[in-house]
Design a protein around this ligand. Sequence first.
Ligand code: RET
Length: 239
Amino acid sequence: MQTFLLWLGVLGFVAATAYFIMLGTQTTQGGRIFHVITAAITGMAAFSYLMMATGAGATLIDGDRLFYYFRYIDWVVTTPLLLLDLALLALAAPRRNVGFIAGLIGLDVFMILTGLLAGSRSSGFGRGFWFVVSTIAMIALLYLIVTRLFSEAAGQPEAVHQIFRTLAYLTVVLWSFYPIVWLIGTEGFGAVNSTVEVLLFLILDFLAKIGFGFLLLTNREAIGQASGGGAQARRSRVV
Ligand code: RET
């Protein structure tokens, strides 16, 4: 059952990647960067699920706990790309905010790496400690999205502002579920078994990557108008 679910992940992410690439080749209104970033996110996830489905991305810890470490390799690549999508929507001049974007991504990478430490420790104390550190980083990150990125996005064209708000709320809600699933799963209290954990992460990954990408890339008006979509470059050429 578990392997079946992981193969379902491979299929879902391969299909989503092909679809996002197709949307990218059809676009005439700019915003190709969003297609590239979003297809890279689902492409990486497809690879990661392949590694987990074949067993290459998992290892036994303490003799009996199956630890899918490849999840963290996936997340350390894909969560910065999701943040990049959000930042390119929200910021009118992303190039002038490179420091802020790097700060967001740095915090995010710190969150995932400390999460990896939490998942791979043998002692309950070690797991709990790094879980708390990682969760604090996540709260700080989500706080920055809700405050700074939201206020920057308010100055963007209406279509861009709207899709940013939807995607940012989706991100805040979905990302908050990851530590909860972790906590009830085999790395945490073990309230649910490994198969249920794989299923819950699969649902979250589908929503946070494919759902997110679908909402973003089917909104052609918004991505064409976003600064990351080249609107600013076009405007300055006109002036
Ligand atoms: C862990 C466990 C330690 C505490 C925290 C976690 C948060 C993980 C998050 C993952 C998000 C992944 C996404 C993937 C796909 O798109 C590492 C589970 C806070 C927020 C969005």
